[in-house]
Design a protein around this ligand. Structure first.
Ligand SMILES: C[S@@+](CC[C@H](N)C(=O)[O-])C[C@H]1O[C@@H](n2cnc3c(N)ncnc32)[C@H](O)[C@@H]1O
Length: 256
């Protein structure tokens, strides 16, 4: 059974983050698989529908919604994620078997860029490896939340000639990575921020690119309270939050 799938990066929140290549890809697909993450995150589902309505010519396409299971947080992080991905993979296999015809092209609309903290490509690759489907998939890059954050704050991500590390809020609780240079933090838990050196410069952004966007920057010691306050208040108001931030250690940090 041949299945043609497009994995389309849709940018991280602003419908105008869509690239020309993504618009062309949207117009090649006829079945859009939309993850349903519950009432709290209904806005994310609507944004995907809005993007299709806005950029696809004509109405010869359909949506297939599917429920995304909650990931267990009871065990070891990596095995919880693996179990969750296996579950999502079974859902994808059902979608490919039941919801798309031989001559149709399906699409997954991936938030931001598909290469950054997103399992879609990995899951499709593991399905392709099983021979259950003759799977032909293509990936269209998108504007990640990291690019959007840097643009909104008008800052470069790295300092001249220095590395840039992208990490998670969970790992930051163990302290700043020892890779040197600036650090971008995603999937935040906010738990690690307060323990860091107050001289670190932070560029923080929540809901970047959307109408709810909040941007704060300054030295950690000056803005940490404000970030925490905004984070709690907007999470209460919206039911969810997505924030990303850039940390720039003082220039002489680490030198003896
Ligand atoms: C599962 S990852 C997906 C990342 C996505 N593939 C990308 O390219 O940005 C979700 C994390 O991305 C970040 N994120 C995504 N969209 C964001 C936005 N509009 N504003 C701030 N952070 C965002 C947050 O750190 C969030 O926890």
């Amino acid at each position: 059974m041949r299945r043609r799938i497009l994995v389309i990066g849709i940018g991280a929140g602003n419908p105008e983050y869509i690239t020309v290549q993504a618009v062309k890809a949207l117009n090649r697909a006829s079945v859009f698989f939309l993850p349903n993450k519950g009432a709290d995150k209904a806005g994310l589902l609507h944004l995907r529908q809005e993007i299709c309505g806005r950029y696809i010519e004509g109405d010869d396409y359909r949506f297939v919604e599917f429920d995304i299971p909650e990931r267990s947080k009871a065990g070891v992080y990596k095995s919880d994620v693996k179990a969750w991905r296996d579950e999502v993979r079974r859902i994808y296999e059902r979608l490919l078997a039941e919801e798309i015809g031989e001559d149709e092209t399906g699409a997954f609309l991936v938030w931001g860029d598909p290469s950054l903290y997103d399992g879609t490509m990995g899951i499709l690759e593991s399905i392709a490896a099983t021979d259950a489907f003759d799977l032909d998939y293509e990936v269209i890059p998108g504007i990640s939340s990291v690019s959007a954050l840097a643009a909104r704050h008008k800052v470069a991500l790295n300092r001249i000639g220095e590395p840039l590390t992208v990490t998670t809020g969970r790992l930051l609780t163990k302290g700043m990575p020892d890779t040197g240079g600036n650090v971008v933090v995603m999937l935040d838990t906010q738990a690690g921020l307060r323990a860091l050196d107050g001289d670190i410069e932070i560029h923080w952004g929540a809901y970047v690119g959307t109408e709810d966007e909040i941007l704060i920057s300054g030295k950690l010691r000056d803005v940490c309270d404000d970030i925490e306050r905004q984070r709690v208040a907007s999470k209460d108001e919206n039911g969810w939050i997505m924030d990303t931030y850039l940390l720039a250690p003082p220039k002489d940090a680490g030198k003896t």
